[in-house]
Design a protein around this ligand. Structure first.
Ligand SMILES: O=C(O)CCC(=O)C(=O)O
Length: 298
């Protein structure tokens, strides 16, 4: 009996040890990064307000980028229910939604990187909700462009304090990085199209976006060379797009979308892409909810 009891205790101890080791491993995996985003300057906030986009150089430390790189490989191998392959003619342009809901390392960034605090400064908001996120990986040799578009018409929200952080995990040359039409965050809303087949969203009643490539000289186009740790912050209405990835580098990027005080749930007309699932809000509601949690407040 004694031996059996001892054995049982040993087994218990072993199980306890294994659990501890596993939870320690989880801790190191989940909490590897601990640095906080740097402060933004007044000039950067003013640039965002004027142009609808600002590049923040060295916004995040490499501990975050390394954590995101690692989990991106896991995410690529485990696509979620809304994952899409956008490239038809060679290469790979992979998109997936809500990876922060499925992988703790992405979720860790949302809560612990200081990104929400940074968005509070840029959006001049007293609180910041997390709206959703999108993983976007354009492998070298991918001809598929990112079509010109505005994000807001895809989303069931209204307001001005709405912006994305586009955070590349690789060196991205200006040529293949995102391009923006300066000041177009003040334009009217245009009809969204599906990225895969360019079909127009039905029932929105919105006009078609002007053909930017047909008359590029008419617009002031902004774009930057990016390196890991830099990010772009851009307003939900700004017109943006990108060429294919003709460089030799991977172009792994993670876009997180954030909202401020003036944002409301807006059941707009016609097809809507985001949110994919009913958040349990009524038209006109503030977003604060389990679906769109407040991450930071002043
Ligand atoms: O990474 C890309 O090419 C597309 C990004 C984009 O359009 C967005 O984040 O809104």
């Amino acid at each position: 009996m004694l031996t059996l009891f001892q054995k049982k205790n040993d087994v218990k101890k072993n199980i306890h040890c294994t659990l501890l080791i596993n939870s320690e491993k989880m801790k190191t995996q989940i909490h590897k990064a601990s640095s906080k985003a740097r402060q933004v300057t007044h000039e950067e906030v003013n640039e965002y307000q004027k142009n609808g986009v600002v590049k923040l150089s060295g916004a995040f430390e490499m501990d975050w980028i390394n954590q995101l790189r690692e989990v991106t490989e896991t995410a690529l191998n485990n696509p979620g229910p809304y994952a899409e392959e956008y490239a038809k003619g060679g290469g790979r342009f992979f998109g997936d939604l809500d990876v922060a809901k499925r992988f703790p390392q992405f979720n860790d960034f949302i809560y612990n990187s200081g990104a929400a605090d940074m968005m509070g400064s840029i959006l001049k908001s007293r609180k910041i909700n997390f709206f959703y996120d999108q993983l976007l990986v354009k492998e070298p040799g991918t001809g598929a462009p990112t079509p010109w578009h505005q994000d807001m018409p895809y989303w069931a929200i209204s307001g001005n304090q709405i912006a994305s952080i586009w955070l590349p995990m690789d060196i991205v040359d200006k040529e293949v990085s995102l391009k923006y039409v300066a000041g177009s965050h003040l334009w009217e809303a245009y009809n969204p199209h599906n990225f895969i087949d360019d079909s127009a969203y039905e029932g929105t009643g919105l006009p078609e976006l002007p053909d930017i490539d047909a008359a590029p000289d008419k617009y002031e186009l902004l774009g930057w060379d990016m390196k890991p740790g830099d990010c772009l912050v851009f307003q939900g209405m700004i017109v943006h797009g990108a060429k294919g990835n003709t460089s030799n580098n991977r172009r792994r990027a993670w876009a997180t979308r954030w909202t401020g005080d003036d944002v409301r749930y807006n059941k707009r007309k016609g097809k809507i892409a985001i949110p994919q699932e009913d958040p349990g809000l009524s038209h006109g509601d503030v977003l604060d909810s389990d679906a769109f949690p407040v991450i930071w407040s002043a």
